[in-house]
Design a protein around this ligand. Structure first.
Ligand code: ADP
Length: 264
């Protein structure tokens, strides 16, 4: 009877595990279904606009000004499509552990300056000030393009969720001998406590109507982790959001440029 009892226990346990696994499969399928429907919508919007404008221009009879406007929209919407497809490809690369970093010694300030240049026009449209506060020069070992992608995503979100005439501050900090931090701070709509733990989940968006894929923060966090760093989020609804990217410091310094021309 004792053996029978054990079996009963084991079978009960097994049933619980299988039920749990089935729930997980249903949940992950649901996430994928939601993703496919939201991504299809995201891809369709720029495609509809490209199709509409190209047909209009083919039909002819437009003055140079109108033609230029149409071409400009086609080009902008194509960029948006390329961005979306790249995001999906990066995500799938990360999922399969296939993103390779190209590591070099980099000045983090230069990466942040380039990030700011890239989002400047978008911020300008909302008269948002982008400020950079750097604690001296900090070198780290990392992939400059991939880190720029992370900061671009963070600042892009900050611009998207900030009101007109506000400021976004990017700053660097030496935390210890081993670590430094880049902080991106906005005074936008913020994220509620209930949503804060979920915004880094893949495909998660507080409001699907805001556009985007819900992949940005998931990708950013994984790129930071590939650099042996951490991405932390603090936010208060109605007050703003602060994203902290913690990265390991290196003792390596760039070679000092040789002085005095061609040597002895
Ligand atoms: P998306 O591509 O949709 O922006 P993200 O992963 O970058 O995806 O962000 C997920 C969600 O987190 C956003 O849809 C938004 O609801 C919220 N979020 C991200 N950054 C901010 C921010 N700075 N302020 C307010 N909400 C934010």
């Amino acid at each position: 009877t004792r053996i029978k009892g054990d079996y009963k226990y084991e079978i009960g346990d097994l049933a619980t595990t299988l039920n749990y696994m089935a729930d997980e499969i249903i949940r992950s399928n649901q996430i994928k279904d939601d993703f496919i429907s939201s991504i299809s919508h995201e891809l369709r919007t720029p495609l509809t606009s490209i199709k509409g404008w190209s047909e209009t221009l083919i039909s002819g009879g437009y003055d140079p000004e109108e033609t230029k406007l149409g071409m400009g929209i086609i080009s902008k919407e194509s960029d948006r499509l390329i961005g979306l497809v790249e995001e999906i490809l990066d995500f799938s690369k990360l999922q399969q552990n296939e993103m390779k970093l190209s590591i070099a010694l980099i000045d983090i300030k230069v990466v942040l300056q380039e990030t700011i240049l890239n989002v400047w026009a978008k911020a300008e449209k909302k008269r948002i000030h982008l400020l950079l506060e750097c604690e001296g020069t900090i070198y780290i070992k990392g992939d400059a393009n991939r880190l720029k992608q992370v900061f671009l995503n963070l600042v892009d979100n900050a611009v998207k969720f900030s009101p007109e005439d506000s400021s976004i501050v990017l700053s660097t900090h030496r935390l210890s001998k081993e670590e430094m931090a880049v902080i991106v701070r906005d005074s936008g709509i913020g994220i509620s406590e209930a949503h804060l733990s979920r915004v880094r989940d893949r495909f998660f968006q507080v409001d699907a109507l805001n556009g985007g894929t819900g992949l940005g923060l998931a990708i950013s966090q994984q790129i930071v982790e590939l650099h042996h760093g951490k991405l932390e989020l603090d936010s208060e609804l109605g007050k703003g959001t602060q994203v902290t990217v913690i990265l390991p410091l290196t003792e390596e310094q760039p070679p000092v440029a040789a002085e005095g021309g061609n040597g002895p």
